[in-house]
Design a protein. Structure first.
Length: 281
């Protein structure tokens, strides 16, 4: 028996990275998956974004662990499209019990169209989360049950950023903003037995960070990127997506049945760091 047998999870940003990992882990625990992704490039994003082929691979990997999955190509910035995807999931599986508002971008390098970088960041990382929650909450309230899990960041609890470009500013502001959404919804929805939490990773080994363009940016800005302020106290540079997925399983399952309004940090000590990490002797 899995911890999520009979449950259905609606996951945004599911074509690859953390979203794909969440889909696989929740399926391993018995959940059926509605996997949403934009599957196209946002011009202000400097790295190649996920494609339909990536989403197809998520489908294959979920089915490989005997999971059921409905893939949907949609943009979280489009409220109507998110609602249509959510409704399609309910039509396919009969219900949705878990929402993982994970879709995200990191437009932190390109100056480009300054206003557009800000707008794309806020629209995807903050408004996209609200669109996802707004689609789910009436249904969850009617069913008097649900778990909503929002991907924030260690940058959602600190003021750390690589620069003050519009995209970076939008990223940090939005990752803080979803904590406010979480706290508001957690307080308002507790009486309906709906739990709402955020997860705050340090750097995760996904294509958002592990890509050629970001690597070149780091090498060109070593005085910033190699600063002790950006190092994890534990001896790991990037954690793995499954480390976050395991936290998602906890919050989605009865293991976390009384956990709500919580900022769950999975960060190798990043937020709590006091002194730079030193290698063992």
């Amino acid at each position: 028996m899995g911890k999520l047998d009979g449950k259905v999870a609606f996951i945004t940003g599911a074509a690859r990275g953390q979203g794909r990992s969440h889909a696989i882990r929740l399926a391993e625990e018995g959940a059926s998956i509605v996997a949403l992704d934009i599957c196209e490039q946002i011009p202000t994003v400097f790295y190649p974004m996920a494609t339909k082929s990536d989403l197809d691979e998520t489908v294959r990997l979920v089915e490989e662990v005997d999971g059921r999955i409905l893939p949907v190509v949609a943009d979280v910035r489009d409220r109507a499209a998110v609602q249509a995807a959510y409704d399609a999931g309910v039509a396919e599986f009969g219900q949705i019990d878990i929402v993982v508002a994970n879709a995200g971008i990191m437009p932190v390098i390109n100056e480009g169209e300054r206003l557009q970088a800000w707008t794309d960041g806020i629209d995807t990382l903050l408004t996209g989360v609200w669109n996802t929650m707004d689609a789910a909450v009436p249904d969850m309230k009617a069913r008097q049950s649900g778990s909503i899990i929002i991907t924030s960041s260690s940058a959602g609890l600190t003021g750390i950023g690589l620069n003050t470009s519009p995209g970076q500013a939008a990223y940090v502001a939005a990752k803080h903003g979803v904590v406010g959404l979480m706290r508001l919804y957690a307080s308002q929805l507790a009486k309906y037995n709906i739990r709402v939490n955020t997860i705050h990773p340090t750097g995760v080994n996904t294509p958002m960070v592990a890509n050629e363009q970001y690597g070149a940016f780091v090498m060109a800005n070593l005085e910033v990127a190699a600063s002790p302020l950006y190092q994890n106290p534990m001896p790991v540079d990037l954690i793995e997506p499954v480390d976050i997925s395991n936290a998602v399983v906890y919050l989605a399952s009865d293991d976390g049945r009384y956990v709500t309004g919580h900022t769950m940090v999975v960060d190798a000590g990043y937020i709590n760091r006091g002194v730079p990490r030193t290698p063992p002797a």
